[in-house]
Design a protein around this ligand. Sequence first.
Ligand code: ADP
Ligand code: ASP
Ligand code: MG
Length: 408
Amino acid sequence: MGLIVQKFGGSSVADADRIRNVARIITETYKRGHDVVAVLSAQGDTTDDLIEKAKEINPHASKREMDMLLSTGEQISCALCAMAIEVLGCPVVSLTGWQAGVQSNTAYGNARIKRVVTERILAELDKRCIVIVTGFQGINKYGDITTLGRGGSDTSAVALAAALHADLCQIYTDVDGVFTADPRIVKDAHKLEEITFDEMLELATLGAQVLHNRSVEMAKRYNVNLEVLSSFSGRPGTKVKEVVKTMEKSHVSGIAKDKNIARLALVGLNDEPGIAFRIFSLLAKRKINVDIILQSIGRGDKKDISFTVSKSDTEEATRLLEENREYIGFDHIDVNDNIAKVSIVGAGMINNPGVAASMFEALFNAGINIHMISTSEIKVSVLVDLSDADRAVQVIHDKFFADNDGNM
Ligand code: ADP
Ligand code: ASP
Ligand code: MG
């Protein structure tokens, strides 16, 4: 008998039948004698629909009011699920983020959880009550509702699991677990039985939305026993953990794609010290994250610097750099948002220099042009045209997984 946190994503609670299905999973766990805290996302596309509704009224709405609006989606699914559990005859209570003690910082729209005050949840569990908590939201020091960034319900679940010292944190979603690539793009992608926190963190950060990257970071920090599984199939899922049995075997664990980026190029910079510092310190001050950076070799006394930012930061980054054109000194900015980043991830890559070459070979054979490359100990990322992205994922997957397990 233990304490289990179960999180259900938007597609798992999309309509009445699915809510009943989730209520069944929760109550079955409860009837086996466990304490259950369930964290729910908003139903289906509710969060997107709410964003559209806001745009109709005010396209430049304040982040505080956006959070007030977006947090309602999770409240609906939680109340409905609690009602479905009442029908099944089990004691249940649904709680908003603040009722559940989820305290965050003040960064509306992308808040970070600072602590979870667990008293209320523990008091409900003591009464043998099932507790349903709204994902994706917290309360800040001003008593305002905050949201944790898109996909943030995973992080809510892991934070609760860590604070409650749960025995297990199960992330229920619409696929059977973590796959070698998005199973909706690559039909022969296969499910991983287990994956390390580090690899999962890279995959999530590089675009595999099956887990919110901050949830993986937190699970690693607090050593949460984490599992990703389907709310539909009943099949065993993927364990995410510190060390896995199969780590030695494969060079590549998975392939991820991120379409949410744009490439900015500053053309005609002076080839002198301090230029990169000026550019990137300006961006850092505005908290604009920069990913892949490429500097050309000089032509005469001129050079170019290209880098990627997330699509949502493109406008602000371009405006900021244009405003500082004289201070930085460049001819013009070239912006391309018809690109995607495709990455391979694997802890076994570090000792196998041929892995990157195999990836490039697969892209060459498919006639796919690489615009930029970036590598680290456990990943290789390339920038390709957006129209080539899905095909790039498929041919790289074929290269590493057609008849071997992530090896060349
Ligand atoms: P939820 O609503 O349950 O949070 P998400 O849509 O956020 O679900 O995440 C699940 C989706 O992640 C899957 O439907 C799948 O298309 C996508 N995905 C991308 N990469 C992977 C991967 N490597 N393994 C599994 N799913 C992936
Ligand atoms: N409902 C939020 C979103 O769509 C949070 C989540 O689903 O994790 O981003
Ligand atoms: Mg999600």
